[in-house]
Design a protein around this ligand. Structure first.
Ligand code: AMP
Ligand code: ZN
Length: 446
C-alpha cells in the first residue's frame, strides 16, 4: 500500500481529533483577532475564542456563506496583511459573482502536500507521468494539480484545457499514465480519440484524477471503458483550498477528506443543525491550517454524506460520498426536488447503454403556469430513426427515478454541446420560476 505521508494518513482517529481541536482553536483566535467580519459575527452571537474547548463547541461558531466572500470582495477576509499573500485564485463564478481567495507561501505548500497525497491515493508515484488538462489560471484546478504532481516528483505536463488534437498527440508521445481533467472532458477526449483514429493502445493511460463537477457511478464506468483506465474522484473548492481537499483511494468508494487540514460537518441546510455521520445534507468545511484566508464553517452548498467506517486502505480520514449535486443545482419542478445526477444515472444505466450516448442536457421551462422538464439526449449513430421505443423507455425510467414526467428528445450524435471544463447540464428558462436559479451561465474549469 502506498501513502504520501503514512503517519498522518493512518493516524489514529482519536489523535486526529486532538490535532483538529488544537488547530481549530488557533484558527478561531486568528480570525477573531484579524478579520473584522468574523469578529463582528462572533460578537453578535456572544462567542469568544476561549469558548472553544471541545470539537463539539464548533457548532456554536458562525457559518461563513458565499455571500460573506462576495460582500468582502476581493480580499476583505484575509487574516494577514496583503504583503503576505503570494497567489490569488477565484471561484468559477458558476452561481453568480466571483469570490477571491488569497494564499500565503505556507498555504501553497500545504496545498501541494494534500494534492500530492491525493495523487498517491489514486495510485500515482514519483515515476508517474502526469498529463494535467485542468485549466491553468484563476481556476484552482490547473495550478493545484500541477504543484501537487511536482511536489510528488512526478513528470508533469502542464497541458491545460482545450486543443484536444494536441492533447491526444501529447498523450501518445509522452505516454502519460495519469490524466487530470474533469469527467466531462474525459468523455470529450474519448470521443475525439475515436474520431481522430486513435486506438486506446496508442495511449498509456492507467488512471484519471477527475473532479471539479458532479458525476455518477454510471459516468465513471463509461469513462473507464472508453479510455481504458481507472477513474478516481477528487474533490476541492477554491474557497477552502482547491483540488485535493478530498480524494478517493484504490477502493473508489468515497473520498477521504484530509482531516488534518480540513474539518468537515454535514448540516441540514434548512435548520442549519449538524447531522450525524451517514445523513445526507450540506457539506460544511473549516480550514485548520490555512494562514492567508482561513474560513470557519464554510457552507459549500454541496450535498453529500460522510462515511466513518474503516477503509481497507487503512487511511483513517473520514470519507465523503460522491456529491449528489449542489443545492444550487437542485431543480424544483412542480414542487419535487430533482438533482441532475438522478437523471444522469438513468441515462447512463446499463439498460440504455446500447442505445444512447452519455451526452445530455436538461431544459426546464414554465408553460401555462406549469413547470416542464425536457431531457435531450444523444442516440447512438445506428439508433437514429428507430428511437420511439427508446424514448418511451427513458421517459418511464426518469419518471420512476424522479416522480416527474419529462419530455424526452432524442438527438443525433454530436449535437449537444461538449464541455472542455465544467459541464453545463441544465438550462432553466423559468425567469421567476419555482426557484429562480440556474439560468444558463458560463463555467470555467477546463
Ligand atoms: P471551484 O471553487 O470553482 O473549483 O468549484 C468548487 C465546486 O466544484 C465544489 O464546491 C463542487 O460543487 C464542485 N466540485 C468539485 N469537485 C467535485 C467532485 N469531485 N464532484 C462533484 N462536484 C465537485
Ligand atoms: Zn481508503
Amino acid at each position: 500500500m502506498n501513502y504520501y505521508n503514512q503517519e498522518v494518513e493512518t493516524m489514529h482517529h482519536d489523535k486526529l481529533k486532538l490535532l483538529q481541536l488544537d488547530r481549530i482553536r488557533l484558527v478561531v483566535k486568528k480570525v477573531y483577532d484579524n478579520v473584522e467580519p468574523y469578529r463582528e459575527k462572533m460578537r453578535a452571537i456572544g462567542i469568544r475564542p476561549a469558548d472553544i474547548n471541545d470539537l463539539s463547541d464548533i457548532e456554536h461558531l458562525p457559518f461563513t456563506e458565499k455571500q460573506d466572500l462576495r460582500d468582502n470582495y476581493p480580499l476583505g477576509m484575509l487574516s494577514v496583511p496583503n504583503s503576505e499573500i503570494v497567489r490569488v485564485h477565484t471561484s468559477s463564478g458558476t452561481t453568480g459573482q466571483r469570490s477571491a481567495v488569497g494564499y500565503t507561501q505556507a498555504d501553497l505548500d500545504a496545498w501541494a502536500d494534500v494534492m500530492a497525497r491525493s495523487l498517491v491515493a489514486g495510485g500515482c508515484t514519483k515515476d508517474s507521468i502526469v498529463h494535467n488538462a485542468y485549466g491553468y489560471g484563476l481556476f484552482t484546478g490547473g495550478l493545484g494539480a500541477n504543484n501537487g504532481s511536482e511536489r510528488l516528483g512526478a513528470m508533469t505536463l502542464p497541458v491545460s484545457g482545450g486543443n484536444t488534437s494536441q492533447q491526444l498527440q501529447l498523450l501518445k508521445d509522452f505516454k502519460a499514465d495519469t490524466i487530470c481533467c474533469t469527467p466531462s472532458y474525459a468523455l470529450y477526449l474519448a470521443d475525439e480519440m475515436k474520431k481522430q483514429g486513435y486506438d486506446i493502445k496508442d495511449l498509456a493511460l492507467k488512471r484519471g484524477i477527475m473532479g471539479a463537477e458532479p458525476w455518477t457511478e454510471e459516468m465513471r464506468q463509461e469513462i473507464e471503458k472508453r479510455l481504458g483506465l481507472k477513474a478516481y474522484n477528487i474533490f476541492g473548492l477554491s474557497e477552502i483550498m482547491g483540488p485535493g481537499v478530498a480524494m478517493e483511494c484504490s477502493q473508489q468508494n468515497g473520498m477521504h477528506i484530509w482531516e488534518d487540514h480540513f474539518l468537515p460537518e454535514i448540516i441540514d441546510p434548512k435548520t442549519k443543525k449538524v447531522l450525524p455521520n451517514g445523513s445526507q445534507g450540506e457539506l460544511v468545511l473549516s480550514n485548520l491550517t490555512k494562514t492567508g484566508m482561513p474560513l470557519l464553517r464554510y457552507r459549500t452548498r454541496d450535498i453529500t454524506s460522510l462515511d466513518d467506517t474503516a477503509c481497507p486502505c487503512r487511511r483513517t480520514h473520514i470519507k465523503m460520498n460522491p456529491l449528489v449535486g449542489r443545492s444550487d443545482d437542485m431543480l424544483i419542478i412542480s414542487g419535487a426536488n430533482v438533482y441532475p445526477s438522478q437523471i444522469e444515472s438513468v441515462l447512463l444505466s446499463s439498460e440504455l447503454a446500447d442505445y444512447i450516448e452519455p451526452h445530455y442536457l436538461i431544459v426546464v421551462d414554465r408553460e401555462n403556469n406549469r413547470d416542464r422538464m425536457e431531457v435531450k439526449v444523444e442516440v447512438k449513430e445506428e439508433m437514429v430513426g428507430a428511437s420511439e421505443a427508446i424514448a418511451n423507455r427513458i421517459r418511464h425510467n426518469v419518471t420512476s427515478a424522479t416522480g416527474i414526467s419529462a419530455k424526452i428528445t432524442l438527438t443525433p450524435p454530436n449535437t449537444i454541446q461538449r464541455s472542455q471544463g465544467k459541464a453545463v447540464r441544465v438550462m432553466d428558462n423559468r425567469k421567476n420560476g419555482a426557484n429562480g436559479i440556474n439560468g444558463v451561465h458560463e463555467k470555467e474549469g477546463g
